[in-house]
Structure formats: structure tokens, C-alpha cells
Design a protein around this ligand. Structure first.
Ligand code: SUG
Length: 418
């Protein structure tokens, strides 16, 4: 049975605040602060438990090997000698934001296989070296070639940031959908990370029919305000598209195309006079997981707790759920450690519509497995990392050992490089 499975990136032991992402306001604001990797990972695990409790299918991905010695080597350096900005980039735990791991086109939209293209993430140096190890992990989790086709990344210079700039509208997850690719154009104060050519390449590689694909531009206004990915200002689930008024460059033309290609669409536009773009970005209201609850429970938003603490946002959301629309429930979750680097609940997960029976079971979460992951995190994850510690060989050892223990606990030691 086809189902939406949310694969969360387990927050790695090197989680730190190095301010590496220009255009990501949270990352810049918290640069230089101490981080709390253990607490961060426990927050992520608590979110997974929460979602399993709602009856949703849950998976996870392992953190990548950090600091990335192979990447440093390819730059002709190593940890002790690297300049601080390169060292920080080698240490980043950014693979936790699994929404940027890949773009997924489920089987009903394609030739019958679920197509997966790993994202090249080439705009930001600290993210550009994720893809080889992410690809290895995707090839393992989705090794069943009868049901999945995992593609290599789109080549440079076309930046691709994966599912964060991709939405899918459908009547039910298991039926054919219309896939929406949102790209940005450079020229503003901040980089546009999703290139139009990359979006088109992914759609072609996945074999999507033209009549069921939409390409639309992200508004420059949104990028300049700090929406470095579309999923900071819009989210879709089944027939619902939930977006800020200023999310798209050509909103009316885009909505008209949505209605033409998918007449069942229910579009909810949040007006700027109710929630300003600044409040939307600060609260990460749209970086909610918009999910369909089992047993005709309607749809729910799994939101960062910051949304509850932003008065205009919380007032709007409470009006929304008391109306007669599809969205009925609000569940705030605490992922503050990730939020401080610009990653909300939706950034932390990659949605894959598939039959869980065909996924490598080692990547599927159960409460018992989350218990054993929790034990490893509690025992081995550093409690805190200050940016000046990144030069210390002892930290590298602690971080590598922690990941190794997790791989062993999850029977995934074959992903080990160190
Ligand atoms: O790419 N932050 C990530 C946040 C990614 C959020 N993902 C989605 N919106 N889907 C990024 O900007 C910060 C790392 C640092 O500054 O150390 C960072 O990479």
C-alpha cells in the first residue's frame, strides 16, 4: 500500500552555529553561539515519536561523517590546517535537513517507479559536499530497483536543493499528482538556490508528463526577506496548497495553471495584512508538516513552537482551523536547536510516497528503535559545541565515535567511512 513516509534526518553530533548560510536569517543571527547537539537530536527524535503517535509512517536517515576529511583532502588541506570557514563547512551537520536531500516523484506520477534525484546543494559550500554520502544512503534505503530509481545529481552549475522547492498536489498520496517545481532567479541580495534548469532536469529525469508539471518562480521579495527555500513560504499536501501571499513571483498566473492542471486544488493564501512576510519567516509557519491524519481525521499542521509564540500567526491559525477548510488541527513541536539554524519541522524531513514494505527496514522508525537511538544520543552526543572548539582534534574524535555508535545501533555500519 502506497503511503507517505516522512524520513527525518537524525541531528548529527557536530551540530553547531557557524553562520554559514547567507540569506538564512536564523543561521546569521545565531552565528557564534554555543550549540547543544544532544538536545538538538533529542528534539528531533521527540518530533518523530510525536508523529508516530499521530499514526503517521516515519523513517530516518543517519547523519553524515563529519568533519568530512575526504572533502578537506580534495581541497588540499586537513582539519588542523584548514582555514576556519573551511573547517566549519567540513563540520556542518546540515544533512539533518532531509527536505534538501533529494526530490521525489512517487510511482503514480512516473513510469511506475518512485524516482529520487539526490540534490547537488551546490550553492552553499558547507552543503555542496553532502550529496555523495546522501546518495550512498538513498541507494541503500531504496535499493529495491523494481520500486525505486535513484538518480545521480543534476550537474553544476545548476543548483538543486531538492524537495524544499517541490510540492505535489493529488487527490490521495497513492494517486497520480501534479508536481510543482519552484525556482529562484539570482540578482537580489541573497543567493537564489534553486535553478530553473535544475528543476527542469529533475522533471525530465523523472519522466513526468508536461500536463502534470508546473514550474513557477519564487518571488524576489520572499528570497530577500529570508525565504531561501520555497518551503519557508509555502507547503502542499494532497489537494491543499497553503502559501503566503508573497511566495510566488506571478501568483495569479501560477494559481490559474494549478486550477487548470488540478481542478480539485484548494488554495489557501495567507494575506500579508494578517501575517507579514517577516512574521511568516520568523515563525516558520509554512515550514510546518502539512499531513493527512489517518481515519478521516482531516489535515493537521505540525508546526514549530515559534508559530505559537508569534501572536499574528497563532491568531490566524486558530481562525483557520475553526473555518470549514481542510486543515483541522495544530500541533506545535519544539525543534528550537534546528530552528536556530533555519530548519523547521518540514526541513527536517523528506517525504517519500512508497510502500514501506519495499524500503530497507533499517531506515523505518518504530518506538523501540527510537528508544535505542535515544540511548546512543544520550551517551555519545556532545552536550555543547562552541565554535572555537572546531579546531580541537578531541571534538573530531568525539563526533566520529558518536556517529559510529549510532550506525552500529541501527545495523548500518556499512555507511561508515571513518
Ligand atoms: O541550508 N541551514 C540550512 C537550513 C535548511 C532548511 N531547509 C529547508 N528549508 N528545507 C540551510 O541554510 C545553517 C548552517 C550554519 O549556518 O552553520 C544551514 O545550513
Amino acid at each position: 500500500m502506497l503511503q507517505e513516509i516522512n524520513f527525518d534526518g537524525i541531528i548529527g553530533p557536530s551540530h553547531n552555529y557557524a553562520g554559514l548560510s547567507l540569506g538564512n536569517i536564523a543561521s546569521s543571527t545565531h552565528a557564534g553561539e554555543p550549540s547543544f547537539p544532544r538536545q538538538a537530536a533529542l528534539q528531533g527524535i521527540a518530533k518523530m515519536r510525536h508523529n508516530i503517535g499521530l499514526g503517521l509512517a516515519q523513517g530516518f536517515f543517519m547523519p553524515l561523517d563529519r568533519p568530512n576529511a575526504a572533502w578537506l583532502d580534495s581541497l588540499g588541506t586537513q582539519l588542523a590546517a584548514a582555514e576556519p570557514h573551511i573547517r566549519a563547512a567540513a563540520y556542518s551537520a546540515s544533512s539533518m535537513w532531509a527536505a534538501n536531500a533529494a526530490t521525489i516523484s512517487p510511482a503514480p506520477d512516473t513510469d511506475g517507479k518512485c524516482h529520487i534525484t539526490v540534490a547537488n546543494l551546490q550553492t552553499m559550500p558547507h552543503r555542496s559536499h553532502e550529496w555523495p554520502d546522501t546518495l550512498a544512503q538513498l541507494r541503500l534505503a531504496f535499493a529495491d530497483g523494481e520500486h525505486f530509481k535513484v538518480h545521480a545529481p543534476v550537474p553544476p552549475p545548476f543548483g538543486d536543493e531538492g524537495a524544499a522547492n517541490h510540492m505535489r498536489l493529488c487527490t490521495a498520496h497513492g494517486s497520480a499528482g501534479v508536481e510543482i517545481f519552484v525556482y529562484g532567479k539570482s540578482g537580489g541580495p541573497f543567493p537564489a538556490r534553486q535553478h530553473f534548469e535544475a528543476s527542469k532536469a529533475v522533471a525530465r529525469k523523472h519522466g513526468l508528463a508536461e500536463s502534470r508539471v508546473i514550474f513557477t518562480e519564487q518571488s524576489e521579495k520572499a528570497i530577500s526577506a529570508g525565504a531561501f527555500h520555497n518551503d519557508v513560504v509555502a507547503v502542499a499536501n494532497e489537494r491543499v496548497l497553503f502559501a503566503h501571499e508573497h511566495a510566488f513571483a506571478e501568483r495569479e498566473a501560477f494559481y490559474a495553471e494549478v486550477k487548470r492542471k488540478f481542478p480539485e486544488a484548494e488554495i489557501i493564501t495567507v494575506p500579508a495584512d494578517k501575517v507579514s512576510l517577516a512574521d511568516a519567516i520568523k515563525s516558520y509557519l509554512f515550514n510546518a508538516q502539512l499531513v493527512t491524519l489517518p481515519d478521516n481525521g482531516g489535515m493537521a499542521l505540525i508546526l514549530p513552537s515559534e508559530a505559537q509564540e508569534t501572536p499574528a500567526v497563532w491568531t490566524y491559525l486558530n481562525e483557520l482551523i475553526t473555518g470549514n477548510g481542510a486543515i483541522r488541527k495544530l500541533y506545535p513541536v519544539d525543534v528550537r536547536q534546528s530552528m536556530a539554524n533555519g530548519g523547521g519541522p518540514a526541513c527536517l524531513r523528506l517525504r517519500v510516497v512508497a510502500d514501506p514494505a519495499y524500503v530497507d527496514p533499517r531506515f523505518i522508525a518504530t518506538p523501540e528503535k527510537l528508544d535505542s537511538i535515544t540511548s546512543v544520543v544520550e551517551e555519545y552526543w556532545p552536550e555543547t559545541i562552541r565554535p572555537d572548539q572546531l579546531a580541537s582534534p578531541a571534538l573530531a574524535e568525539t563526533v566520529q565515535n558518536a556517529r559510529r555508535k549510532l550506525l552500529e545501533a541501527c545495523d548500518l555500519a556499512e555507511l561508515s567511512r571513518s
